[in-house]
Design a protein. Sequence first.
Length: 706
Amino acid sequence: MSKESLLEGLNPRQREATLYSEGPLLILAGAGSGKTTVIARKFAYLVKIKKLSDRSIFTVTFTNKASHEMKERISSLTGKDMNGSWIGTFHSQCSKILRREIGAAGYKSDFSIYDDDDQRNLVRHILKEFGIHEALYRGVAARISALKSSLVGPEEFLSTGDGFGFDEKLARVYVRYQDELKRSNALDFDDLIGITVMLFEGHPEILKRYQNDFSYILVDEFQDTNYAQYKLLRLLGSGHRNISVVGDDDQSIYRFRGADVTHVFRFEKDFPGTRTIRLEQNYRSTENILDVAGTVISKNPVRKQKKLWTGRGCGERVYHCWLSDEDEEARHIAKTIKEFYLKGEHEYRDVAVLYRVNIQSRAVEEALRDEGLPYRIIGGIGFYQRKEIKDIVAYMRLISNRGDNVSLRRIINCPPRGIGAATLSRIEQEAKKRSVCLFDALKHTLKNNSGVLKKSRDLVVSLEGFIGLIEESASLKYRAAGDMLKDIIEKTSYRKSVDEERAQSIDELIASAAGVGVKDFVERVSLMTNLDDSVHDNAVSLMTLHTAKGLEFPVVFIIGLEEGLLPYFKTADDTDEISEERRLFYVGMTRAKDILWLTGAGKRRLYAKVQNQEPSRFLSDIPRECCQLIEKSVRSNFPRTVAKRSTDLPKRISLYMTGCRVRHPKWGVGVVRDCYGDGDEEKVTVNFPNIGIKKLVLRFANLEKI
């Protein structure tokens, strides 16, 4: 492939980004500007023209789906098989490194990977053991994940605790949680990145080897990186500094997962000499949609300026409709979609209904059913999160790693074998006493007839059968994961314990495992998330605004444009949170290619009560000439009576988030406990291990984020 053919069809800015390959590069890629095309072409340029090995380019995406699509695009451009290349998610890339290097961190290379559900189950188990209210497990798991994404380990968090209150309890749970992971030879998603960073920092020779192996780094969706991910990129890119990051600060919407939009602003400082290229030509949306979205996002006080434009023409104006209540809103949407279909203008798969929170889907689902319209909810319980799938995969994980306590707890009585909670509790006590995993404790108990278990012959037979099943399967050399799955299902009689729908899911799992090695299959399944769901059927797609990221549809409805929903009520008037809500609205609008509807309702049932709703403050930012008001209610408040809020947004985004580490010139390293205030009055509360808690005014504190 010649250089000219490789660059064919690219606009001037895309060509510039593709060709620049010496030194750090920040590509600010606006919505629909062809960033995936640029990454794929740049990869091909480095391989075909610059003659780099395809295995020397460390390429990071945020979802397995994006990784798969990237491999296919690059393969078609280079004519090379990309399956052995370093193209993947942060988690899959770090897992690949750790399978080789984790011995230096005291783990075995056959470690299990715990997903969010496994993590929450383990936290719940620990809370129960500590006598802490179990209902807190989701919040506790989220706090632990946030600390890990900020590279704050359990010992450090414990050392910075105040010795009383919830944080002290959280620290104890965190320490125990990490001990349980180590005992089970397991890592959660955050550990995959955190331990890789720890290895690189603690073993310079390992870091140097990977710096030499990767002569170039490409990063997609850079605005979504958390602190640990950014630190990983800085370590790998600090040698040759040949790193290109592609992102859009206007589409940073995952702060609740630890994403830090300030990395987009810090990149040029951390990599001096960075070249910045803006991709502003949009290939997706019409002018009216871009003008509305662009005007709204321009109200955010701190952003990299971009002015998106398109050659697609003005298109239809953006529609806005204010309805009396959520049911009327839903009926109007359903009838409008049906009209599109009956007129032959669009298929059902062309339409998406987006909302801020899942509870908003109820009324829309009912209205679509009443009209007889097909729909599917995207981002609900994904295939690999279904109970039957997780049960069967847990067998595979325990067979591969007998130290996996979470998997053992899940399947020891699944299907039912008469092994109850009391028996499992006794095994837990034995494991704790002997400092071994549950599987070894169970074997020891049966072998020594220790009396820990009741002398029930049926129970002993069940436990011996369970151990025998796991050990026999572990001794077999399966040709492929599909063979192991069939064997597990046959030996456990699992299929007899589920209905036909779940049995079909199991058959689909077996089919997907055909010809795939056991280790590779378990790894692939463990790294799957709901972000990897795809849209297939000819049905209307219903999803949250967060789930819609990365997708596009000819017709988009954004419902619930009301104060308390968008922006969400939990944001209050926190300026950083409001900025993120505005970005979320922007992401939703820029999913639309041809037609965009914005709707709201005067009354809505939220959290068990009917509430009077006011139009979203974001509607007041929309230019009226780009919008068409559809009169459906006697009270139509857009945009004449939507008043702008009097509170001004600050002139910058705070660099300091709860859980991040900072260095003070006098007191050393501490952990941020809180951040509040605006502008020159912004303050932080920092816990310094040797000093205690200090409240500091940022403009005088001289803090350094580390």
